[in-house]
Ligand binder design. Structure first.
Ligand code: HAM
Length: 417
């Protein structure tokens, strides 16, 4: 046994097929919504993430894979896409007067305790819209996220939304939360006690049972909303209703990353255990300026986006919702039929999209059929001298265990089992 790095996995078989289908579905929808693809390097300067993600965020404080290279430069394996995508926007010089949409996908790295749905190397689909001041784009991005999950036939997910308001609103709320949690300080978990000074907002995300009881009574952010926050959030809710998107307002929803201002959302499932977020995102209108972007007409650059975990989507895609290509095995009855098997396989590969395998092995039919069953074959074509003469083939459906005589035309037209 040769060990893999903890929290990493080889991707093969059905999981690889699902992974590819998720990316294909996202690519097709990205195109429909007018996103362009951006690929960024997997390694970046570590300072990119220090600039983008405030301290007090787990991703930066505990989870980042940062190291010094042979030239002494501090580098990091990317833990998320938003900072690299924003770096790209700052570098190209954003000058568009219309929304600019970027789609990325690929591997990311976070040093966290691996469990179901949580890996140290994982992959995301990532969507960002820049120059998207209107709350309509928040609705559009949530609608896109929902469409991806719907097209992947992912059942039973819930959409939680909340609104953090602009930086001043967020700061006021942090102060109120600090006062509230400070009165319970000694009852809080050690982790929440350390978060109290740096980032009381993050306490709301605690999974600790005792913390959760305290959080139930914690003040909610709408107390500090100004008129504009109220108007925006109401409008978002109206738009979601018009788009027939079911959501619930989780007044204590916060995100693990610190750059959000305004709308935040998560799509949640009960099917993976503790790692319930299939995707998450929101609006981050200050990040451009915070990362040193030049002001555009005396303003910053508004942005909204989300990322979905490909492994988590894969876990909740039900096997029967996932259509794989039909797999057909050709089984020559004896050595005499080996050549015909090869010819039939070549023809079927040209004429169909089936996966075709021949079992040219010196074993009897029963053993060959056992292999087909073990390898998830859908059909076995049994080829004897009779079948070759009549061109009528014995085709065994491995799911129903029925065998029928089929012509080549009939075989080509098999659509399911
Ligand atoms: P995030 O919530 O950190 O947001 O990650 C988004 C999604 O990535 C999660 O909901 C989850 O599905 C998946 N994910 C995160 N960590 C892991 C892990 N260790 N193993 C497996 N899956 C994981 C962001 O990354 C933001 N950059 C999203 C965003 C884009 N906000 C605006 N634009």
């Amino acid at each position: 046994m040769i060990d893999l790095v903890r929290g990493t996995k080889d991707l093969f078989g059905i999981n690889l097929l699902k992974h590819k289908l998720i990316i294909k579905t996202a690519e097709q929808l990205a195109k429909k919504y007018n996103f362009q693809e951006l690929q960024t390097p997997i390694i970046e300067k570590a300072s990119l993430f220090t600039k983008a993600l405030e301290q007090g965020t787990d991703v930066l404080d505990k989870e980042i894979y940062a190291f010094q290279d042979k030239g002494g430069e501090f580098l990091a394996l990317r833990p998320e896409f938003t900072a690299p995508v924003m770096r790209h926007i700052i570098n190209i010089g954003f000058n568009s007067n219309q929304p600019y949409k970027l789609f990325s996908y690929g591997p990311l790295f976070r040093y966290d305790r691996p469990q179901a749905g949580r890996q140290r190397q994982f992959s995301q689909l990532n969507f960002e819209i820049f120059g998207a001041k209107s709350i309509f784009y928040d609705a559009e991005i949530i609608s896109l996220a929902k469409q991806i999950l719907d097209e992947l036939n992912i059942p039973n997910f819930k959409i939680a939304i909340n609104y953090l308001g602009k930086t001043e609103t967020k700061l006021k709320y942090q102060q109120i939360l600090f006062k509230f949690f400070d009165t319970y300080k000694s009852d809080l978990s050690i982790l929440s006690q350390t978060r109290l000074e740096k980032s009381p907002l993050r306490i709301l995300d605690s999974k600790d049972e005792k913390d959760r009881k305290i959080i139930l009574n914690a003040p909610t952010i709408e107390q500090v909303f100004d008129e504009n926050d109220i108007k925006n959030f109401e409008e978002l809710q109206n738009l979601l209703q018009v788009l027939k998107i079911d959501y619930f307002w989780d007044k204590h929803l916060v995100r693990g990353l610190s750059y959000y201002t305004g709308t935040i959302f998560e799509f949640l499932t009960d099917e993976i255990g503790a790692q319930s977020a299939l995707l998450g995102g929101g609006r981050y209108d200050d990040l451009y300026a915070n990362m040193g972007g030049k002001s555009i007409n005396n303003q910053g650059l508004s942005a909204v986006g989300f990322a979905a975990g490909i492994e988590r989507l894969s876990l909740v895609m039900h096997k029967n919702n996932f259509k794989k290509d039909l797999k057909i095995y050709i089984l020559p009855l004896s050595e005499e039929e080996n050549l015909e098997s090869l010819l039939l396989a070549t023809n079927l590969r040209k004429m169909t999209n089936f996966v075709i395998e021949t079992l040219i092995l010196n074993i009897n039919l029963k053993k060959k059929l056992e292999i087909v069953a073990k390898c998830d074959g859908d059909y076995a074509i049994i080829l004897g001298s009779e079948e070759i003469k009549s061109q009528n083939f014995s085709v065994r459906n491995m799911h129903t265990k029925e065998t029928n005589k089929l012509s080549l035309d009939n075989i080509i037209n098999i659509s399911e089992f």
